[in-house]
Design a protein around this ligand. Structure first.
Ligand SMILES: Nc1ncnc2c1ncn2[C@@H]1O[C@H](COP(=O)(O)OP(=O)(O)OP(=O)(O)O)[C@@H](O)[C@H]1O
Ligand SMILES: [Mg+2]
Length: 707
């Protein structure tokens, strides 16, 4: 209610109407407002509707029921202390117990004793109105305060802020309901500073108390974020900001501030930080990866290139080996047939030469034909060697001695412009080789070296022990290396690749057969070794024969068995399935003065052996359908244990590893060679030929480089 006529008026309850009018008149004359009430009920209504003061005559209420009025007075708002002027006949409360009772009941009462001077009443009214005005002002201030408090509360609510005040020096905490809920407490429940301290997360306590102390020490604003633990055990984040409020003397009276729950923001922040940390870690890892990637790609590429190259090399080697194998088989087959044909040609030429009339011209023709046949035989020998199908006698051989023994022959073959050097260490183990074939091989290598040095030079032959470990072409184990080293023209990679192919030759037609290295290679492989060629154009060539070390010591060559019996003519059982060869051999044998019984197969021969026909020697071919020469020899032992058997073989079809203790004659052979062998076996052989073995006689005659 605004101050004004109704709020400042004096409400009058008098004993009589005359008194009331008079009193109102006085008051109005003094410039105030007044209202006269007829009875207590109206008076109560008027007062309740707003008034500056009341003027009551005690006679008017002495007997009245004042419950309603006193209740109204007691229920006045805090700013209001309604002034009442009580007019009495018998003085104030000090003398009048009745007045004292009314004064206690009505509160803010001023007594005026009748009769009174009008100015006394007017000054009392003026004082009451002044007092009432101050009350109205207080009311206004309170209303304004309430309004701004409401505003503040609204703002706090809108900002989801809790309010708190910490009173000093006793650290008494006053927290708003919202603030309490931030601590997980009931909005209206108790919440002390001790409660707050205990709610702070143990890890944040020190930091928080330091911040508080700093604010108390310096007066600086308090601002902190910390974790709290709710009574239900959950963790939350709070942002608390406060400012020091000072007393007039400058000391701090309290810290007043707000707090807000920032759990959601903090959680998001922590998640984001974790994410950022993870990102940073990933970036670092990526950077490292990128840094090493290039290197790794390079490394891997290099590895792959190496692998590819190795695989290509292996495939190339395999292709080459397969090609050689195919050529070898083909060559072996052809050579075998060719050998048999030469056998017939040579046999017949031999006979022809003996039986034809003494005519030098005819003799020259036959000799020419024989020479041609012999060269053919040499070729087939080399082809068989390449095909790894020659008849080898691998025995332990001292390679050093072998090479030294050859040096004279080599020097002769190499000519005066070539110097031969030997590098043969002592104490090397024996190699397991076929002596004659190995000599041939060394000779071939030396001649190749010589041909590569048309202006002369040095050829070195070296021997060395060697262990094979990861060589795909060789069984792991002990080997000897026989190297023939020259400093000649060398070979281009293409030539080097094809050098061991049969019939590959860079030499002019007629000069080279292209079978030299083929033979050497075939021999080395057949012996369980290898031929290794390395060469560079202009630098020279090294040919290495890798040969297996013998498991037994070299045998001292036993002399040929002593010649005993003398028997001019013998009965010979000749077994051969090839009629052409059978015929020429028979001719040769008969020409030598022997009697020949022919058999075309093993069983046929056995039939004859079962008879009581006298037989001194059985000469048999090995490769025959149905029964081989070896099988025939074995079967014959049962029929005639002492029968001498001669095996004619041109071709190593004997199964690998078969120990053949039979006398053998290599095809093709001359009549002379046949005679010598028979002489040895029949014990007729005294003469210049017996020193040579059949094997050495099989040495091709065209080894000489001039061919
Ligand atoms: N020491 C070497 N230096 C340079 N080239 C060589 C050497 N040895 C072999 N060759 C090359 O390899 C080819 C084949 O050699 P291989 O011994 O098989 O046959 P050839 O010597 O030509 O004929 P043949 O040996 O039958 O007389 C030779 O023609 C030559 O081109
Ligand atoms: Mg050669």
């Amino acid at each position: 209610m605004k101050p004004g006529p109704s709020s400042e008026r004096a409400v009058i309850l008098a004993a009589s109407e005359r008194d009331a009018v008079k009193t109102a008149h006085l008051i109005k004359e003094a410039g105030y407002y007044a209202n006269i009430c007829g009875d207590l009920a109206e008076f109560e209504r008027q007062v309740a509707s707003g008034a500056g003061l009341a003027i009551i005559a005690d006679e008017a209420i002495r007997t009245a029921d004042l419950v309603g009025l006193t209740r109204w007075l007691n229920e006045q708002p805090s700013w209001s202390d309604f002034p009442i002027v009580l007019m009495s006949e018998k003085g104030g409360p000090e003398r009048n117990p009745e007045a004292a009772r009314l004064g206690r009941a009505l509160g803010n009462v001023t007594f005026i004793e009748r009769p009174f001077h009008p100015t006394t009443l007017v000054s009392l009214v003026a004082a009451a109105v002044r007092g009432r005005r101050r009350q109205y002002q207080t009311r206004q201030i309170l209303e304004d305060l309430t309004e701004s408090e409401d505003l503040l509360q609204t703002a706090l609510d809108a900002g989801h802020l809790g309010a708190l005040e910490l009173h000093l020096p006793d650290f008494e905490l006053e927290a708003s309901p919202t603030c309490k809920t931030f601590f997980g407490r009931k909005p209206r429940g108790p919440f002390t500073y001790q409660d707050l301290l205990e709610a702070v997360h143990p890890d944040d306590r020190a930091r928080r108390s330091e911040t508080v102390e700093q604010t108390l020490r310096t007066g600086a604003d308090y601002r902190i974020e910390y974790r709290i633990i709710w009574p239900d055990g959950t963790q939350h984040w709070l942002d608390v900001r406060a400012r020091a409020v000072r007393r007039p003397d400058g000391s701090i009276r309290s810290l007043v501030g707000v707090c807000s729950d920032i759990t959601a923001r903090k959680t998001a922040e922590i998640e984001r930080e974790a994410l950022l940390a993870q990102l940073a870690a990933e970036r670092t890892a990526l950077a490292e990866l990128t840094a090493t990637l290039e290197q790794r790609v390079e490394q891997r590429t290099a590895d792959l290139m190496k692998e590819v190259a190795a695989r290509e090399r292996a495939q190339e080697q395999l292709r080459h080996a397969q090609k050689m194998e195919a050529i070898g088989q083909l060559t072996g087959g052809v050579a075998h047939d060719f050998n048999n044909l030469l056998m017939a040609v040579m046999g017949n030429l031999d006979l022809l030469r003996k039986r034809m009339p003494e005519d030098p011209r005819l003799r020259r023709l036959v000799d020419g034909a024989l020479q041609g046949a012999e060269r053919g035989a040499s070729l087939t020998q080399r082809l068989l060697a390449f095909a790894r199908q020659q008849d080898l006698r691998a025995v332990p051989v001292d390679l050093g001695a072998l090479v030294r023994d050859m040096s004279e022959l080599l020097e002769r073959s190499l000519g005066p412009r070539i110097t031969l050097r030997l590098d043969i260490p002592d104490g090397l183990p024996a190699a397991c080789v076929d002596t004659n074939q190995l000599e041939l091989a060394v000779l071939n290598l030396a001649i190749n070296a010589r041909d590569a040095m048309p202006d002369g030079g040095v050829i070195e032959i070296r021997l060395a022990a060697w262990q094979a470990k990861n060589d795909p072409a060789l069984q792991p184990g002990s080997y000897l290396k026989l190297s023939v080293v020259d400093s000649g023209t060398g070979m281009s990679p293409d030539v080097l690749k094809r050098a061991i192919e049969p019939f590959f030759s860079s030499k002019p037609v007629g000069k080279g057969t292209g079978l030299g290295l083929s033979m050497v290679h075939g021999l080395a492989v057949q012996l369980g070794g290898a031929l290794q060629l390395s060469s560079a154009v202009g630098k020279g060539t090294t040919a290495v024969l890798v040969l297996p070390v013998a498991t037994t010591a070299p045998a001292v060559e036993s002399p040929e068995p002593a010649v005993q019996k003398v028997k001019r003519s013998a009965v010979i059982l000749l077994v051969d399935d090839d009629p052409l060869i059978a015929m020429s051999t028979m001719e040769m044998l008969e020409d030598l003065g022997h009697r020949v019984i022919g058999a075309s197969s093993g069983p046929h021969a056995l039939d004859i052996l079962r008879s009581d026909q006298e037989i001194d020697l059985m000469m048999t071919d090995h490769v025959m359908p149905g029964m081989t020469g070896l099988e025939l020899a074995a079967a014959s032992r049962e029929l005639r244990p002492h029968l001498v058997v001669l095996l004619a073989t041109g071709y190593a079809e004997l199964p690998d590893g078969t120990q053949v203790d039979l006398p053998r004659l290599a095809k093709p052979y001359h009549q002379d060679q046949l005679r010598e062998r028979l002489d040895q076996l029949l014990g007729q052989g005294a003469g210049p030929h017996t020193a040579a073995s059949a094997d050495s006689l099989a040495t091709p005659s065209n080894l000489s480089p001039s061919h």
